[in-house]
Ligand binder design. Structure first.
Ligand code: NDP
Length: 310
């Protein structure tokens, strides 16, 4: 009997993924049906993105797993109708894109690039930046994305501290965990990068209290999720100068409403959730490998811990 795979994501993605998944499933030697519309009780796997519109999994009675195209699973992880394994996306292309975005924005702050782009005023102030080894950067979240970004920054000689839920060991990165670890990571960070998932435990990780731990004038870079930051507290810290500048890629409401104060704040850069994205060529391989594993009775890759929410 063929393996039935439902593709449930934004319709525009279907012509992109359909040939890639077809080839990958053929290469895996599988007999399969891949479609955007299948009888629910005949579906074995769902290739899933939140914008596909699927939210009730109860009619999917023979489902073996849901395979997310997204790394962040906050919109599905608490779905009570989902009782089968949920795998999230860990994709080389996604990781590489995020590393490039984070390194670029850290370098913007480190080198003071804005001053020279916006300050062509005829005044000659030779004020070279310090070396990266004298710049302290904290990366909150040391998963697939945070770990790669932290190590890329460490490879450039930045003084990098990472923070995660469980203890970690990463070459070139001071690794901390727990509440004390967060205080220590923030208290010396001139630049803080958020790459945590959106869970009940990470909401408002940056709030009035934790923002106050940062050295005055610190910069915040958030490509994680909007809910990681208490927006009112950040705006207040920006207004007081406690935070010198923030680069925000993700928001509690997306698209960020035109009237939101972040758009007009002189010390905020808004980017429209473009830090990185799943790259179809590499992501399709991950999906096909997980279906192959499921059919071979092998453990799935990148399973979400539903109790932790990521
Ligand atoms: P992972 O699940 O691989 O890593 C999450 C990291 O966060 C882990 O190091 C984990 O700790 C840590 N963490 C989780 N909860 C806590 C906590 N309560 N306290 C301290 N640390 C915690 O995720 P990824 O690295 O793949 O992705 C991170 C997030 O990036 C995604 O969830 C998504 O929201 C966002 N993202 C944003 C994109 C964009 O374009 N802006 C694109 C893709 C993803 P531990 O290692 O101990 O488990």
């Amino acid at each position: 009997m063929p393996v039935n795979i439902l593709f449930s994501a934004r319709p525009a993605l279907w012509p992109v993924y359909q040939p890639l998944l077809t080839q990958g499933l053929k290469d895996a030697g599988l007999d399969f049906t891949l479609a955007t519309d299948l009888a629910a009780d005949e579906v074995d796997y769902v290739v899933y993105a939140p914008n596909g519109g699927l939210s009730d999994f109860s009619p999917y009675t023979r489902l073996k797993a849901v395979l997310s195209l997204w790394a962040g699973v906050e919109s599905i992880v608490g779905n009570d109708t989902l009782t089968v394994p949920l795998a999230r996306m860990v994709d080389h292309g996604l990781t590489q894109g995020m590393t490039e975005w984070v390194v670029g924005h850290v370098l913007r702050y480190h080198l003071g690039i804005d001053r020279h782009i916006t300050g062509q005023d005829g005044i000659w102030i030779p004020d070279p930046p310090p070396l990266a080894s004298q710049r302290r950067v904290a990366v909150l979240g040391l998963g697939a994305l945070g770990r790669a970004a932290a190590q890329a920054l460490a490879a450039l000689n930045f003084n990098v501290t990472g923070w995660s839920r469980s203890p970690k060991s990463l070459a070139g990165v001071i690794c901390l965990h727990g509440a004390d670890g967060l205080c220590a990571a923030l208290s010396s960070a001139e630049i803080v990068v958020l790459l945590l998932p959106d869970t009940p435990a990470t909401e408002n990780t940056l709030n009035a209290e934790t923002l106050a731990l940062l050295p005055k004038g610190a910069r915040v870079i958030n490509p994680g999720r909007g809910a990681l930051i208490d927006d009112e507290a950040l705006l207040s810290a920006l207004d007081s100068g406690q935070i010198g500048h923030a680069t925000l890629d993700v928001f509690r409401t997306e698209p960020l409403p035109p009237e939101h104060p972040y758009w007009s704040h002189p010390n905020v850069t808004v980017t429209p959730h473009i830090a990185s994205e799943t790259r179809p060529e590499t992501a399709a391989q991950v999906i096909c490998e997980n279906i192959r594993r499921g059919e071979a009775g092998e453990p799935f890759l990148h399973l979400v811990d539903r109790t932790l929410g990521y």
